[in-house]
Design a protein around this ligand. Sequence first.
Ligand SMILES: [Zn+2]
Ligand SMILES: [Zn+2]
Ligand SMILES: [Zn+2]
Length: 87
Amino acid sequence: MVSGKNACTYPNCMNNSKSHGLCWTHGKKCKLEGCNKTSLSQGLCWAHGGGKRCVVEGCSRTAYARNANRCDYHRNFPGSSGLDIGA
Ligand SMILES: [Zn+2]
Ligand SMILES: [Zn+2]
Ligand SMILES: [Zn+2]
């Protein structure tokens, strides 16, 4: 079957490929043994250290480049270190 020009090459997968001939689901997996989550960066899924984290100490929310590597919650937070963010 040669229908889609960018189909995932994974057996029985009908998704469009995102990169390297594989779809998002099959393209990159967390390199940690036993973890099947999609890797975000450095070959790791978000739960294992992939992706960006908020730079505010003690915060583990997802960070965004548009927020200067802070989460939405801390996007307008002043300063960058020694913060007392409380509970
Ligand atoms: Zn696939
Ligand atoms: Zn993982
Ligand atoms: Zn944060």
